[in-house]
Design a binder for this molecule. Structure first.
Ligand SMILES: [Zn+2]
Length: 369
């Protein structure tokens, strides 16, 4: 960190580094002031009435170390995202804030089944998010910037709407919606519980990512890989259970970790978030204890993501800065993470190649300064 507290690498302000954010929840990225204003409009009671105090409340509530407590905070964010107006605003601001952080492409994920409490249909909610994302992209464009943001629809592991959400995702493919995800508590709710939805998505060749190994053990990652055939894994912290070290210091990978590495299953790492939930418990309490560097060293397609910008009071730049401080990464490493993410984006190949070209061009420009 420098004196002005903005993270830097090779002397360059991290916000200027081009980033691809693959694991960045819509309902985890609200501005505190927006929550207050939207809550006032619909008469929802919040734990604090001032933006700074509310911001503190989110951060504190999320450091209990229990995923259940962490997930509880989403009651308040989803509560103000029950109208088309609320969803459009939240999606628009999501895009504007991501662009300000140097994100050039993002996939925002959220669970339509959690946005129907005030009568909106899941399709209307998807349309509202799409409209908000388009508005946000236009705002950024008007300011001379460039960002594209698509949607990943989540089904909640503890509920039974996954088939409906899978069908919703398929009905919206080709536009704003590019992927499907399983989110929510892992323990007791394995991915295989949603086999019907996952089978449908596989038969339709629709891109899938699954939260796995965030709090659940290696078996739950294995279950997700077998039941869901995901192209990406959310978090995957517990993959570390399947990695050992040879006497010469080289990593020895078991079958699950080998599959993830060798098939280039993209690992969506979210370091700060992982320190707030149970997945890191036995590994340590610092970013330097996070297995991100082990995964990178083992040759996995690692990417850097904020997970929930509000709950972890973070951003892609901040996460990169923490990793640079902990592991001494340089500009080349950060370019690798961005290119891994571009390659793992749920876009057609030509668009991923354009994104990768844009990233390489930007990094070359930064190096030439
Ligand atoms: Zn997540």
């Amino acid at each position: 960190m420098t004196n002005d507290d903005s993270p830097r690498v090779n002397g360059i302000d991290m916000a200027r580094i081009p980033k691809v954010s693959l694991h960045d929840h819509l309902d985890g990225a609200l501005r505190p002031q927006t929550i207050i204003e939207l809550a006032r409009d619909i008469g929802h009671k919040l734990p604090a009435g001032d933006a700074t105090l509310l911001d503190d409340w989110f951060l504190q509530s999320c450091t209990s170390g229990r995923l259940e407590d962490y997930l509880q905070t989403f009651e308040h964010t989803t509560a103000v995202m029950q109208t088309e107006e609320g969803l459009v605003r939240v999606a628009r601001e999501y895009v504007v804030d991501a662009a300000a952080d140097g994100v050039v492409y993002a996939e925002t994920r959220w669970a339509p089944e959690q946005h129907t409490r005030r009568g909106m249909s899941m399709q209307e909610a998807v349309d509202a998010v799409a409209a908000g994302l388009r508005e946000g992209e236009a705002v950024v464009r008007d300011r001379g910037g460039r960002i594209e943001v698509r949607q990943i629809l989540c089904a909640m592991r503890q509920n039974d709407r996954s088939l409906d959400v899978a069908q919703l995702a398929l009905a919206n493919r080709g536009g704003s919606v590019v992927g499907f995800d399983l989110a929510g508590p892992e323990v007791g709710f394995p991915a295989s519980r949603h086999r019907e939805a996952l089978e449908l998505l596989a038969r339709e060749f629709f891109p899938t990512t699954i939260h796995a190994g965030e709090e659940g053990d290696l078996e739950l990652i294995e279950d997700a890989l077998v039941a869901g055939r995901p192209l990406r894994i959310g978090h995957g912290v517990r993959l570390v259970e399947d990695i050992d070290w040879d006497v010469d210091g080289s990593p020895l990978l078991g079958p699950v970790a080998s599959w993830v590495r060798d098939r280039r299953i993209v690992v969506e790492s979210c370091p700060s978030s992982n320190l707030q939930t149970a997945g890191m418990n036995d590994l340590g309490t610092e970013i330097a204890d996070h297995p991100f560097d082990v995964f990178y060293d083992a040759g996995m397609a690692v990417t850097v993501n904020p997970d929930n910008r509000l709950m972890s009071r973070t951003s892609c730049s901040r996460e990169l800065g923490l990793l640079v401080d902990a592991f001494g990464y340089d500009l080349g490493d950060l370019e690798t993470f961005a290119l891994n993410a571009a390659d793992g984006a749920f876009l057609p190949l030509d668009e991923r190649e354009d994104l990768a070209d844009q990233i390489v061009h930007s990094f070359d420009g930064l190096r030439a300064e």
